[in-house]
Design a protein around this ligand. Structure first.
Ligand code: RP5
Length: 166
C-alpha cells in the first residue's frame, strides 16, 4: 500500500447525499483529530461500477479505513468490504420508515469472511472515532490524543456528577 503524504487516510462514503446530515458527525470527529479524509456519494445500487472502482482502488490510493453509511436496503458497506482489504465501518442511516432497523440489519449481518464493523443506528460520530482508533493503533502520537480525549470525556462526566450532587 502506498501512503501518500498528506493525502486522505479515511474514505467517508455514503449511498446518497440525503445521508449527509447523519454522516456529517463522522466528518466532524475526523476533523477534531486532524485526520485527512475524503467524502463522496457512492451508491451500491445506483452506481455499482463506481462502488467497485472505489473499493478496489481505495487501498492503493492511501486510504486506510473506509466509513460507509447507507439507509434502507443498505448494501454499500458490505459490498465495499467485499472488494477491499481495508477495514470498513458501517453506519446504518435511519430513514423515515422502520426507524433504521432495516439499515442496521442490512449492514450488521455479514457472512463470515467479510467483516463490517457496524456502529449504532445513526452512530456516525462513533464511526469517526473508531476510524481514529484504528489509525492510532500504529501512530503513538494519535493514540496519546485519543487518551486525552477519553480523559476529557471522563472529566466531563465527573463535572456533571458534581453539579447534580450540589
Ligand atoms: C440508500 O438509499 C441511501 O444510502 C439513502 O439512505 C437511501 C435513500 O436515498 P435517496 O433516495 O434519498 O437518494 O441507498
Amino acid at each position: 500500500m502506498t501512503e501518500r503524504l498528506g493525502g486522505p487516510q479515511v474514505g467517508l462514503i455514503m449511498g446518497s447525499d440525503s445521508d449527509w446530515p447523519t454522516m456529517e458527525a463522522a466528518a466532524e470527529a475526523l476533523a477534531e483529530f486532524g485526520i485527512p479524509f475524503e467524502v463522496g456519494v457512492v451508491s451500491a445500487h445506483r452506481t455499482p461500477q463506481k462502488m467497485l472502482d472505489y473499493a478496489r482502488s481505495a487501498a492503493g490510493r492511501g486510504i486506510r479505513v473506509v466509513i460507509a453509511g447507507a439507509g434502507g436496503a443498505a448494501h454499500l458497506p458490505g459490498m465495499v468490504a467485499s472488494a477491499t482489504p481495508l477495514p470498513v465501518i458501517g453506519v446504518p442511516v435511519p430513514l423515515k420508515h422502520l426507524d433504521g432497523m432495516d439499515s442496521l440489519l442490512s449492514i450488521v449481518q455479514m457472512p463470515a469472511g467479510v467483516p463490517v464493523a457496524t456502529v449504532s443506528i445513526g452512530g456516525a460520530r462513533n464511526a469517526g472515532l473508531l476510524a481514529v482508533r484504528v489509525l492510532a493503533a500504529s501512530d503513538p502520537a494519535l493514540q496519546s490524543r485519543m487518551e486525552s480525549f477519553q480523559a476529557d470525556l471522563e472529566a466531563m462526566v465527573e463535572r456533571k456528577d458534581t453539579a447534580l450532587r450540589q
